[in-house]
Design a protein around this ligand. Structure first.
Ligand SMILES: Cc1ncc(COP(=O)(O)O)c(C=O)c1O
Length: 390
């Protein structure tokens, strides 16, 4: 097939979907989603929902309720804000990258006053800056746990500790959209009030489910922002009988049951360790190529994706395009101010050693093919680490 920039050169074999979400959906989950839709007001559905609402708590590491929306992550962001805050409330946020910026833009559109602590998109939220910005009128602190645009993890427990040291009552709202089910995260233990998540990343599902894990303080602190569809109260009330106040995404819930089975079979600590190990192998490959990982602080490395900085004068999107056309692999593009400067390797979800080996081989061949001055041996360095630690 001719390579004209839109058609994929290699159309046989399997596509490598190595963007940091949506991720590869396991066959088991796809088959589960394909089961016939049932009556969402009947007893079989009530049993399914009751089971899932209980089991979901494990993934968030919470004893409290998890609200499930038929939505993308953006919807779950909005739900977290409109349920807890009132017009004119001040929120404190950290500019860790593209997604933290978008969440703040949403907050401002909803009528909140945003104090955005500037950042360089190479570091996580700085716990050391919390105290000086934590004026008495701050109603909530917003943190993106894993900034998908940069591959940087924010140290949520340290942000919590800074709030506690100040004795400040602000709610802590955390986005775990690209860390849930792939990186260690503990809603209750870390004292988070609302955790925002969604289906299409670590949970290995197609896009379409948004989540809010809601702690008791958040539930008690109902804001006055207008809300209807996103309102937790009617949803939680209906959930008590295993129902929803609207038509739920039944088939995605079948998929969720299967995905939770898979996560339970592997065990969450093993899931996190697998992601940590693949992330470290990826960073070894990047360094062996002579390139730089965007994340500048090793305490803040993401385990679900790695953003790779391009040498000056080389366009990351040209490399991504070549890799897609020649090797049928999709990598994440640079977002916002990082457009053209980074590409992102997703190594999360349904993913194993050989998938990582294939992914890094595609990147290594693509960099060479695009004329980027890199050293060979990145794949070898990653494989050596996988062999050592396998
Ligand atoms: C960290 C983070 N927050 C929010 C979003 C927005 O989620 P969605 O695109 O599902 O609306 C994304 C999407 O990738 C994300 O990575």
């Amino acid at each position: 097939m001719p390579c004209n920039g839109t058609e994929v050169f290699q159309s046989v074999g399997r596509h490598f979907l190595q963007i940091p979400g949506p991720t590869n959906v396991p066959e088991r989950v796809l088959r589960a989603v394909a089961a016939p839709t049932i009556d969402h007001r009947g007893p079989e559905f009530a049993r399914l929902a009751t089971e899932l609402l209980e089991r979901l708590k494990t993934v968030f590491m919470t004893r409290h309720h998890v609200v499930v929306y038929p939505s993308s992550g953006t919807g779950a962001w909005e739900a977290a804000l409109v349920n807890t805050l009132s017009p004119g409330d001040k929120v404190l946020a950290f500019e860790t990258g593209h997604f933290s910026t978008l969440w703040c833009e949403m907050a401002a559109r909803l009528g909140l006053v945003v104090d955005l602590i500037p950042g360089d998109w190479r570091h996580g939220a700085d716990p050391g800056l919390v105290a000086e910005h934590l004026t008495g009128d701050v109603a909530a602190v917003m943190v993106v746990h894993n900034e998908t645009s940069t591959g940087v993890r924010s140290r949520v427990p340290e942000i919590r500790a800074a709030l506690d040291r100040a004795g400040h009552p602000a709610l802590l709202l955390v986005d775990t959209i690209s860390s849930l089910g792939s990186m260690d995260y503990r809603h209750d233990e870390w004292g988070v009030d609302v955790t925002v998540g969604c289906s299409q990343k670590g949970l290995m599902l197609p896009p379409g489910l948004g989540f809010n894990a809601v702690g008791p303080k958040a539930l008690a602190h109902r804001g006055r922002l207008p809300r209807s569809y996103w309102d937790w109260e009617p949803i939680i009330a209906a959930n008590r009988q295993g129902f929803f106040p609207y038509t739920p995404p039944t088939n995605l819930l079948y998929g969720l049951r299967e995905a939770l089975d898979m996560l339970e079979e592997e065990g969450l600590p093993a899931v996190f360790a697998r992601h940590d190990r693949h992330a470290e192998a990826t960073r070894r490959a990047v360094r062996a190529w002579g390139l730089e990982v965007l994340c500048a602080d090793e305490r803040e490395y993401s385990s679900s994706l790695t953003a790779v900085l391009m040498p000056d004068g080389h366009d990351a999107d040209a490399v991504r395009r070549l890799i897609l056309e020649r090797y049928d692999m999709s990598l994440g593009t640079g977002l916002g101010r990082l457009a053209g400067r980074v590409f992102r390797i997703g190594h999360l979800g349904h993913f194993n050693d050989l998938m990582l080996a294939g992914t890094l081989s595609g990147v290594e061949m693509g960099l060479a093919g695009a004329g980027v001055p890199v050293k060979q041996g990145g794949v070898r360095a990653a494989l050596a680490y996988l062999e050592e630690t396998g």
